[in-house]
Design a protein around this ligand. Structure first.
Ligand code: NZQ
Ligand code: ZN
Length: 385
């Protein structure tokens, strides 16, 4: 196992009827900005519940954070915080709202051009306003990690940053708040959590037995409950497990002490930035082809994945790997998430553009071995046509 440090200060308050706990979680003298997305939090009553839990505190609102949150929108929240002298942020929504809040929290007192936060991937962040979250969409793990992904619409640039200053102080996870999610977002959440786990598991063996077994447990849980979450939307146990599995998939635990890949995400971010495809759908396009192209480097782990996650134990090594990749893609398709570029009406021209954008953004040595050059990314995308 590799050396590691593990740090995660986010307090999780999990379960039904937990939004009222905001009364104690948010400091009583806080001047709060609630940040939210489009209309879902208003329509399903979550926003009202949040406001009522905050009681007599000074509360302002900033709505309209879009999926794949943009720098342009978020800078308006920064202005509001400065002009109204607000000092505590509360994100109410999915990954986009939480990520957006993380950026706003760092940008408010940032010395210099806040876009630099993204260009340096967070290395120059020295502080952030305190914030918490109320999660309404299980998928990204943003509620319990210190990463965020922000898009500059002007240049179609989607970049990530990481900083220990942007762990949420707390996150309220009430699975019943997911009942109003459309099927498409539930399917996206299952795929995103699945790929987060794979990006930290399916690399090369380093003897991380705990991390491997945890990861395999998360993957098997997703395979078991993913279809149920679509079939029986108001099954409380299924939704509770979906919410917790997605959080556990990207809160640092399974990635500690093991190599990590993340090439699927970096290529996927370009597909979202250029074509507006949902984050999880880009991952479903890239991952099966990436596993195929990187099969030599990943051989040992692919065989372990085939045996332990999909119970494939007959055939030659290559047949078992082929079958594991086929089942992975089939699992995504079974949730209604398409896995080929052609399904999104993209062809050769799009591939040329994505490869060019990867170069512009310095994504030229991706993967656990840093061997996914633009030429390899091209091969991966060609394989996903
Ligand atoms: O905007 P509203 O009206 O609220 O609707 C949202 C949005 O349209 C809707 N929604 C959320 N909760 C709902 C609901 N609709 C009904 N009922 C509810 N309870 O769902 C739509 C999608 O929301 P969004 O927040 O965009 O989805 P998700 O949570 O999948 O977040 C995706 C973003 O997270 C980033 C992605 O790149 C993308 O920008 N990621 C962040 C990561 C992180 N911070 O660690 C890691 C991930 O890999 C990912 O890159
Ligand atoms: Zn993701």
């Amino acid at each position: 196992m590799q050396n590691f440090e593990f740090y995660n200060p986010t307090k999780i308050v999990f379960g039904t009827e937990t939004i009222s706990r905001l009364a104690e979680l948010v400091p009583s003298d806080a001047r709060v900005l609630i940040l939210y997305g489009g209309s879902s939090a208003q329509k399903n009553g979550t926003l009202d519940e949040v406001k009522s839990a905050l009681g007599a505190r000074t509360v302002r609102e900033f709505g309209g954070i879009e999926p794949n949150p943009t720098y342009e929108t978020l800078m308006r929240a920064v202005e509001q915080i400065r002009s109204e002298k607000l000092d505590f942020l509360l994100a109410v929504g999915g990954g986009s709202v939480i990520d957006g809040t993380k950026f706003v929290a760092t940008a408010v007192n940032f010395n210099g051009d806040p876009w630099e936060i993204l260009l340096t991937h967070g290395q120059n962040v020295e502080g952030a306003l305190p914030f918490g979250s109320v999660l309404t969409l299980p998928a990204t793990g943003s509620e319990m990690n210190c990463g965020a992904v922000i898009t500059r619409s002007e240049t179609q640039t989607k970049l990530a940053f990481l900083s220990p200053h942007v762990f949420p102080r707390f996150s309220v996870l009430d699975p019943s708040k997911t009942y109003t999610l459309p099927r498409r977002q539930i399917a996206n959440g299952v795929v995103d959590a699945f790929v987060h786990t794979v990006e930290q598991y399916l690399t090369y063996p380093v003897g991380g037995m705990v991390q491997d077994r945890f990861a395999e447990g998360l993957l098997q849980t997703l395979i078991e409950i993913g279809p149920k979450a679509l079939e029986t939307p108001e099954d409380a146990d299924v939704r509770a497990n979906l919410m917790w599995v997605a959080t556990m998939a990207l809160n640092g635990l399974i990635g500690a002490g093991v190599p990590q890949d993340w090439a699927t995400h970096m290529i996927g971010h370009e597909l979202t930035a250029a074509h507006g495809i949902d984050h999880a759908r880009t991952l479903a396009i890239v991952l099966p082809s990436l596993l195929n192209v990187q099969r030599e480097q990943k051989r040992d782990k692919l065989l372990q994945y085939a045996a332990r996650v999909w119970q494939i134990d007959s055939g030659t090594e290559d047949q078992r790997i082929d079958e594991a990749i086929r089942r992975t893609a089939q699992f995504f398709e079974s949730l209604g998430v398409k896995t080929r570029l052609a399904d999104y009406e993209l062809g050769t021209e799009a591939i040329d553009n994505i490869v060019a954008q990867l170069e512009v953004h310095g994504m030229t040595k991706l993967g656990e071995h840093k061997d996914i050059t633009p030429a390899v990314s091209r091969t991966i995308l060609e394989g996903a046509r």
